[in-house]
Design a protein around this ligand. Structure first.
Ligand SMILES: [Zn+2]
Length: 198
């Protein structure tokens, strides 16, 4: 599926604009985004999308269905007792939120079978577009991941913290996400070589 092209800059701005509305304090310092509340209450209210947690088919982490204006994340991810799974669930919610904000209304005239469906191939560093011969900026998966990374780790806030000498571990603990996710964001912004792991 090909989406309306969006540059990194446009996605950053779109993420900043929803943060300004939902959690303006996220733009002044690094903090834990209440992405669960964003997904559960803000998206239905502001974007008219029915969101929630469901028991999904084995191996499916989440989906967003534009025709039905519906989005869900696997309930076991949010109810897990280990931190890595809960954090993975948080990044999955952020990704579905990206589809809700960027794509749900754009694709709502499509058939109900054309949902964004996510299994274990799904990762914040998407290579799919190479196989599909879609340019990254037109790939909805790439766009949704970029949005997800931008709401959890706003660029200007993250750059400031890097200048102050923060570590990957410390960032991961503050924002409550897995270090691997934080590393992808830092690499995307060409900041990773300036940050120590621990
Ligand atoms: Zn997706």
């Amino acid at each position: 599926m090909k989406a309306k092209g969006l540059s990194r800059q446009q996605i950053e701005r779109s993420a900043e604009s929803v943060l300004k509305d939902f959690s303006p304090e996220s733009l002044s310092g690094l903090r834990r985004l209440d992405v669960e509340r964003f997904y559960e209450t803000y998206l239905p209210k502001r974007f008219g999308i029915n969101t929630g947690y469901q028991k999904l088919t084995a191996g499916i982490h989440g989906f967003t269905n534009p025709a039905k204006l519906e989005s869900a994340v696997e309930i076991q991810l949010v109810e897990a007792s280990d931190r890595a799974t809960v954090r993975f669930g948080r990044s999955t919610i952020g990704h579905e939120a990206g589809h809700c904000v960027l794509h749900a209304h754009q694709f709502k005239k499509r058939s109900e079978t054309e949902a964004f469906l996510h299994d274990h191939h799904h990762a914040p560093e998407q290579r799919l577009f190479r196989r599909d011969e879609i340019k990254p900026y037109e790939c909805p998966e790439w766009q949704a991941w970029w949005f997800c990374k931008a709401i959890f780790l706003p660029r200007s806030v993250l750059s400031k913290e890097v200048e102050r000498g923060i570590t990957v571990r410390k960032i991961a603990d503050i924002v409550d996400l897995n270090p691997a996710f934080v590393e992808v964001r830092l690499r995307n912004l060409q900041l990773l070589d300036r940050v120590r792991a621990f």
